[in-house]
Design a binder for this molecule. Structure first.
Ligand SMILES: C[S@@+](CC[C@H](N)C(=O)[O-])C[C@H]1O[C@@H](n2cnc3c(N)ncnc32)[C@H](O)[C@@H]1O
Length: 426
């Protein structure tokens, strides 16, 4: 066994060396500097480096796991691996709630004393929280007692990014700590009011009702959805690039649960053949009209519509991005049924959702990320991330006239485009 793991270690190390050489030569070709934690380091690396980066990240993680004893391994994964977990959440919660990124000058530095003064925390608390965050490369201590930005802490200057981390630490984390209690209390429940989120809030209401009652929390949630656009895995360019929208000809597309319409704006901008109606709840559209680019006026409009009620628009394409993953099968079926009265033969339903992979089928770190998301969906929404077979089964169960057409994805996209066509003779 010892020899086996030694040779596995050597193989992993060799893969890392080879892959880093490939990565660096690709970065040179693109004129992109080598990655670092510097405040002004590039945030996104070229897309053609995705596979080689995955190999490096997975090999490095496997080495780290292999060299730790089993208890250390569980401690690290349980407490320190991702944003959503345990003590990481304590220091990140402090940073986001107290907006500490805004206190530290960009390109400069400030003292723990000054941060303590502005936040009202005891200086010792500021020091221990920030020094913990620094082990995640969030802020750095350029000289004793002083705090400066890193690339990650500077990202939190964007209020949308600060809200996204805040959503993790203030909402998802408490829900996660009560998830198992909810699973034991309500085995197999599909009800969003029977979740870890409800228990953590001491409520018998759903996350939607709880957030709706508190405008500040609702805004943080809405901003967090926008933050995903800043990430390579969720960027809307994947929606634009991974489907042949031009081939549809002149079409009317309804973006159901489209939020403030950020994805629709991208689609309509790139494809003049598409006119769009964005549907969502009323509060999502505040000020949205004024943000429609001039060239899209007349081709993109907003409509308040509750997707549990019959769809009023007869369109060619219904696009649902990241809507169904918030709902259990029971409620997804209601959303799908509400669409049927509007469907004409050949109407397309295009979903942009995660396709949960088989265990081990994709890069280990990507699988971990998706499975963490899946647990969060369970903790807060009583829902789950579906595999392609589960997507097919969901639609087949509602109505056999939904014909599965195909699924498109890309390694660096967390969401796939899944297409169904309505094959009815009317
Ligand atoms: C996870 S967000 C996805 C938003 C957007 N499609 C995106 O990809 O960023 C889910 C969306 O569903 C909307 N939503 C929730 N319940 C709804 C309902 N009953 N009718 C219409 N929209 C609803 C929310 O307001 C939110 O904008």
């Amino acid at each position: 066994m010892a020899t086996q793991s030694a040779s596995r270690l050597a193989k992993l190390a060799a893969t890392i060396v080879d892959s880093i050489a490939t990565l660096e030569s690709s970065l040179q070709v693109h004129g992109v500097p080598s990655p670092s934690f510097d405040e002004d380091a590039p945030t996104l690396l070229p897309r053609d480096t995705v596979d080689v980066r995955d190999a490096i990240i997975d090999c490095a993680a496997e080495i780290q796991d292999m060299l730790q004893g089993p208890l250390d391994l569980m401690y690290r994964h349980g407490s320190a691996l991702t944003l959503w977990e345990f003590n990481n959440c304590v220091s990140l919660q402090a940073i986001t709630r107290l907006k500490i990124a805004n206190i530290v000058p960009s390109g400069g530095q400030t003292s723990y004393t000054a941060i303590a003064k502005q936040t009202g925390l005891h200086e010792q608390a500021v020091r221990r929280l920030l020094r913990h965050a620094m082990t995640m490369r969030v802020f750095r201590e350029p000289e004793a007692g002083m705090v400066a930005h890193t690339q990650a802490s500077r990202a939190l200057l964007d209020p949308v990014a600060n809200d996204w981390v805040g959503l993790g630490t203030e909402e998802m984390w408490p829900a996660a700590t009560r998830m198992l209690d909810a699973l034991q209390k309500w085995p197999g429940s599909q009800e969003p009011r029977e979740t870890g989120f409800a228990l953590a809030n001491g409520s018998d209401r759903s996350i939607y009702q709880i957030l709706e009652a508190d405008p500040g929390r609702a805004l943080r949630f809405a901003n967090s959805m926008k933050a995903y656009m800043l990430m390579q895995e969720y960027n809307s360019t994947h929606v634009v690039n991974n489907y042949d929208w031009a081939s549809l000809g002149q079409v009317h597309l309804v973006d159901i649960g489209g939020g403030a319409g950020h994805v629709s704006v991208e689609l309509a901008t790139h494809f003049p053949n598409i006119s769009v109606t964005v549907q969502d709840m009323e509060n999502m559209f505040e000020g949205a009209d004024s943000q429609i680019p001039a060239e899209l006026q007349g081709r993109l409009k907003y409509m308040v519509h509750d997707f549990f009620t019959p769809q009023p628009v007869k369109a060619d394409v219904y696009f649902l991005r990241w809507v169904f993953h918030n709902w259990s099968d029971k409620y997804c079926a209601l959303i799908i049924k509400a669409l049927i009265p509007a469907l004409k033969p050949g109407a397309r339903l295009i979903l942009n959702e995660t396709c949960m992979p088989e265990p081990g089928a994709i890069s280990h770190w990507r699988e971990k990320y998706i499975r963490s998301f899946d647990l969060s969906m369970g903790a807060s929404f009583a829902s789950y991330e579906r595999s392609i077979d589960e997507w097919k089964a969901l639609f087949a169960e509602v109505d056999q006239r939904f014909k599965f057409q195909g699924v498109n994805g890309a390694t660096d996209s967390a969401l796939s485009l899944i297409e169904f066509i309505w094959v009815s003779e009317e």
